[in-house]
Structure formats: C-alpha cells, structure tokens
Write a protein that binds this ligand. Structure first.
Ligand SMILES: [Zn+2]
Length: 400
C-alpha cells in the first residue's frame, strides 16, 4: 500500500537581463490571455446567457494566435497560456461555490493590471531541473540557487517575481512512499506553542525565538515607518517599498529555514511527535507576543507531516478542543479559572504547574494514547470526532 506525498520546493533564480525580459513577457502574456478570456466570457454571457467554457476558450485561443496583432503569443509557451485559462476557470468556480454556499458575493474575477498584478506564470509540464540549471521551454537554461536537493517526480512549476524584485520558481513534486510501521516507539515528545517562547517541549526543552527575529522585526518596523513618510508616487517611495519587501522576504526565508531545521531535528530524534491543531486556538491568542511560529504554524505542521512520513516517525495532531493548558497533568482536574496571563498555577491536588510545560506534557500524553489506539486498530486511518488525527495513515491489513 503506497501513499503519495506532495512536496513544494522553492528556489531563487539568477536571471540574466535577457532572461528577465523574457520572464516579464511570459507574465505579460499570461495577464493578456487572462484579460482577453475574461472579456470573452463576459461578452458571451451578455449575448447568450451561457458561460463560455474552458475547452471553447482553448479553441478560440488557438485562433487568436493566428491573427497578426496577437501572433506574438506564439513565442510563448503554449501550455503556460492555457494555464491562464485554467486559472480563470478555477477563479470562476471558486466564486460560484462561494455564492452557492450563501457566502458574500466577492472575489469575482477581475481584470489584471500591469501595476498591481504580481508577475507570474505557470508551466504545467516540461520544466526540468538539472544540476544548477532549470530548463524552461522557449527560454532555455536558467541558473537556480539549489539550496536543497529536489526529490520526486516534477509536477509543474510556477514562476513568480516577489515584491523585492527576485524571481523564484516553485516546483511541486510527487513521491510514492510505503508507510512503514516498523519504527518502534521509544522516544516521544509533545510540543506546545509557548506564550513566552516559541515552543515548549514535554522533555523540558524550551525553544526560543531565534535572535534574528527581534532584529528583523525592528528593522522592518523602521523601514515601514520610513515608507509611510515618503510622498506617494515619488521615486523615493518606490525605493522604500522595495526595501520593505526585501525585508519581508528575508524574514520569510529565515523563518522557513529555521522551521525546516527544527522539524528535521524533531523527526530524527523522536519516534512519536504530538502537536496541537492550532487553527482556531491561534486566533484566540491575541495577547500572545508575535513569534516565528505564529506566522509559520501551518508551514511547520506540513513540514512535520511529510518529514514524519519520510522518516517513518509518527505525528499525532491533537484536536483543538483538548484543554491542554487547563488540564492538570497529574490528577486530571480542569482549571477553568486559568487566564492568558497566568504563567503558572497550582492545582487543587497540590501540584504546581508551569503553564506551557504542563500543556506540552498533556499533549504528549494524549498523543501517546492516540498512538496506542491507532496500533490497536491495526494502524487504520484515525480521525475522531474531537478532531485528533494520526499519521502515518496506514490501511488495515499490513500484517500487524
Ligand atoms: Zn491536579
């Protein structure tokens, strides 16, 4: 029984001036096709009351490329142009799904302007990575900063220019893995996102926010202030805007690097890792000091998930309704009076708890219980009503 895991790799590109011009033309062509197709769809609807579908638009696009005024489109990768039609199609579908659900009628596809649209394009096939180069149809070999090796089969690539001016490639790959259940569970850990530090582990280890975080946020604040003082439309304002964007990008890169290292260490060191599902709790924690994990929790979680898969370790996600902070780890009583500002508390049973460490302990315990349930169920896919989930998801009948 195999399972497919998808991984997204993102690399920075080193473009020559000529290549950069080509990239901009590809992005411009995508925008052109998007706007043209949107106009066609609107017209068609006005005249017939029916939608103009993806396939019909593909046919029209082929015809468009034969016309003298738009023959320049032939110099672009044809698949990336079709991708623009596909993107528009899914933007429509998203919108109508929202309308059907009775949600707000916003997000109807709009025309893209050169000024506000992020330059980007996607090539669904035939982009390959070879050593320090990525090969792109109609463009050729482009130098890439390969900071980590690519694994798996490439499923398409997206090129995007960040506000800081650099171009990046995102490659999605797919890999078949056979989930193994032969790693014995000897070491286990519960990780709680701390109030004061980044995370607190049930082992007693505290993971602090990295030092660069404070410096970078200070720099960012200063740069943003400088930006707000510049006159709108001036070239100085534009320079300040790029400076802010560069800093944002840097923080983003440093964060992802930091979380990569942390998640790798955890899956190597521990057989069983338990974390909390923070989707909702994160919102309630408005008083929380900003931390690296606040902005990167989803990323951290997905890193842990695929790395646990690759390393045959187990990841338990504890449902969001589990009262990990309020629960006394020794007697099981629940302290409903606990407030966000309480750093520690003493239970009626007499045990004093450090808030975050107690939570980490509880997460670890709960994760271990979940794991035992999973083993008892023959490693069957488990996701219970409380929203707890266990990984790797293995189908019953693996002989264990
Ligand atoms: Zn107690």
């Amino acid at each position: 029984m195999t399972r497919t895991i998808q991984t997204t790799y993102r690399y920075r590109l080193n473009l020559t001036a000529e290549q950069e011009a080509q990239f901009r033309r590809f992005a411009g062509a995508r925008r052109f096709v998007w706007n043209w197709a949107l106009e066609r769809k609107r017209e068609h609807f006005k005249q017939t009351g029916k939608t103009l579908g993806f396939n019909a638009l593909c046919v029209e696009l082929t015809r468009l490329k034969q016309e003298p005024n738009t023959a320049w489109l032939r110099e672009m990768d044809s698949q990336s142009l079709q991708q623009a039609l596909r993107d528009l199609d899914s933007a429509y579908q998203h919108f109508f799904r929202r309308v059907r659900k009775g949600e707000k009628k916003k997000g109807f596809p709009t025309f893209k302007s050169r000024k506000t649209d992020t330059p980007r394009f996607r090539i669904p096939q035939r982009v390959t990575l070879d050593g320090a180069f990525v090969s792109i149809p109609k463009i050729g070999l482009v130098r890439v900063v390969l900071h980590r090796p690519l694994e798996g089969i490439t499923k398409g690539a997206t090129f995007k220019q960040e506000a800081c001016g650099h171009w990046y490639i995102s490659i999605v790959t797919e890999q078949q893995v056979v989930p193994r259940t032969d790693r014995p569970v000897r070491t286990h850990i519960g990780v709680d996102v701390g109030l004061k530090s980044l995370a607190v582990c049930s082992t007693g280890e505290t993971i602090d926010n990295p030092r660069w975080y404070r410096t970078q946020t200070r720099k960012l604040r200063r740069a943003q202030k400088a930006l707000s003082r510049k006159v709108k439309g001036s070239s100085n304002r534009n320079k300040a805007r790029v400076a802010v964007a560069r800093l944002h990008q840097k923080v983003k890169n440093q964060r992802s690097d930091f979380l990569h290292k942390l998640s790798t260490r955890l899956v190597r060191q521990f057989d069983l890792i338990s974390i909390e599902d923070l989707r909702v709790r994160g919102l309630a924690r408005t008083k929380r000091a900003k931390s690296v994990l606040d902005a990167g929790w989803g990323m951290f979680r997905s890193m842990l998930t695929y790395k646990a898969d690759r390393n045959n370790s187990y990841l338990m996600t504890i449902g969001r309704f589990y009262p990990s902070t309020k629960l006394c780890g020794s007697c099981g009583a629940i302290n409903d009076d606990l407030t966000l500002s309480d750093r520690g508390w003493t239970c009626a049973c007499g045990v004093h708890h450090d808030r975050d460490l107690n939570a980490a302990h509880n997460i670890d315990l709960k994760g271990k219980r979940l794991f035992e349930q999973m083993v008892a169920a023959g490693y069957a896919e488990t996701e219970n009503a409380c929203g707890d989930s266990a990984s790797p998801i293995v189908t019953v009948g693996t002989g264990r």
